[in-house]
Design a protein around this ligand. Structure first.
Ligand code: SF4
Ligand code: SF4
Length: 430
């Protein structure tokens, strides 16, 4: 009797359910069949004794008090795998986002909050780097490259050059903590003959305000970028190797109805285009040892935005560079791939044990391929998959695509090999 009374009490207080139902275009939380398809394919199932089916059920029952401050919302990466598989098309990531947004702002995870606020304050990126520091790094590195790397005497890297065809964003991790990682990307752009510039307003790729579920700050960052790029007259905004920054732009431009004249592209599709056009004459001749590679499909770039056509471009590039026979796909893959656990702000949420628990499925997927290297065209995937290898002693290496492309082109510098293993650390150096 007590349970029935309690249930009736819950049903009266059904704010979350009604508010989320009003937000989602298709599906209705009440329509949940409790089939558990979502939970069975969710890497966050079991973490904090929660899973997506249970979460939806609690929302339907009006258990708002239990859900409103449940920390599981910071372990779910909003990867959208549950949404794709749900027979009733229930948008669970929207439910999670909604509940994140209901946390008092100052009580949301400090790492995510701090990254968002640094971004807003510096008008640059999540690491709060002043624009002058970014400018100095770009100018200094470009000059050094021109002076020391044969074939790149004419290399250009600038900021706010009006009329450049491509405007490029850049995850602030590179200029701040590993500037040598900028060079492979610039050298690829130079080889391809790309006319590009960085832009000074909100120049970084990342967007932790989105993970914070702070709509107005997410919008502010995207709107400032869009206005600035249009002022420069650039035709294409190129998102470099980062999944969530692509999604923040792709989704943010639509969600906030932000006017813009440029087209948004991922560097991955440009790599593929330039290889097909012969501008990047990569080949796999260097891989005489038949080193094996697999690839991580970033949820934000594949399942959540551009779909399997982008996953196909990614595979095309990797196979051209490492050799088709040396590529081993994960199972499942492309739009059905498992999230690695580095998305959704998880790397900054402070729930590190939970993040690694989440990553076990990904770790096992990688190990099942037998690959020596995981190619990760996304910063968060890169950081998480590398951490999983160290933590669980996976023995595999994690590399950016730009590293492999430059290795294949014979233009990878000595200081640009941080993520290569001993088997490739000196390959191609005189
Ligand atoms: S997959 Fe959809 S219908 Fe099935 S339990 Fe999950 S939310 Fe409910
Ligand atoms: S969005 Fe991803 S992590 Fe979150 S409940 Fe769905 S499948 Fe699980």
């Amino acid at each position: 009797m007590l349970d029935v009374l309690k249930l009736n009490e819950f049903r009266k207080v059904n704010g979350i359910k009604d508010q989320v139902n009003a937000l989602i275009e298709d599906g209705n939380l009440t329509a949940c069949l409790t089939c558990a398809a979502c939970s069975s394919g969710c890497p966050a199932t079991g973490i904090m004794d929660m899973d997506p089916r249970k979460f939806v059920r609690m929302a339907v029952l009006g258990m708002d008090a239990e859900l409103e401050r449940h920390p599981w919302v910071w372990s779910c990466t909003m990867c959208k795998r549950c949404y794709d598989i749900c027979p009733m098309q229930l948008n669970i990531p929207q439910l999670i986002y909604y509940i994140r947004s209901k946390w008092p702002r100052e009580e949301r995870p400090k790492g995510i909050l701090g990254s968002c606020d640094h971004h807003l304050k510096s008008r640059g990126g999540a690491m709060g780097v002043p624009l002058d520091d970014f400018k100095f790094t770009v100018e200094d590195l470009a000059e050094e490259c021109r002076e020391t790397q044969p074939g790149f005497e004419e290399l250009k890297a600038d900021i706010d050059r009006e009329g450049a065809f491509f405007a490029l964003n850049q995850n602030s991790r590179e200029p701040v903590t590993e500037p040598d990682e900028l060079l492979p990307l610039w050298k690829i752009l130079h080889k391809a003959g790309a006319d590009w510039t960085y832009y000074s307003t909100m120049w970084a790729g990342e967007n932790y305000c989105m993970f914070l579920a702070d709509d107005s700050s997410w919008e502010h960052i995207i709107r400032e970028q869009a206005e600035h790029i249009d002022r420069l007259g650039c035709k294409v905004l190129v998102n470099t190797e980062c999944g969530h920054s692509f999604f923040a732009l792709w989704s943010g431009l639509q969600r906030f109805n932000i006017p813009h004249k440029f087209e948004l592209k991922s560097i991955v599709e440009l790599y593929a285009q330039w290889i097909r056009e012969g501008k990047l004459p990569v080949n796999s001749d260097w891989n005489t040892g038949n080193i094996k590679f697999t690839v991580q499909d970033p949820c934000n770039l594949i399942r959540k935005s551009r779909g399997d056509s982008m996953a196909d471009d990614l595979r095309f590039v990797v196979k051209q560079v490492v050799g088709e026979e040396n590529f081993v796909d994960m199972t499942p893959n492309k739009s059905n791939n498992f999230c690695c656990g580095g998305g959704g702000g998880a790397l900054q949420s402070g729930y590190n044990d939970e993040r690694r628990e989440y990553g076990v499925i990904k770790f096992n997927q990688i190990k099942a391929t037998g690959a020596d290297y995981v190619v990760t065209p996304c910063h968060n995937c890169h950081a998480q998959i590398e951490d999983l290898s160290h933590h669980f002693r996976g023995g595999y290496h994690t590399v950016h695509l730009w590293t492999l492309i430059c290795l294949s082109l014979g233009i990878l510098g000595e200081n640009e090999r941080t993520y290569l293993g001993p088997d490739l650390a000196e390959y191609g150096l005189d």
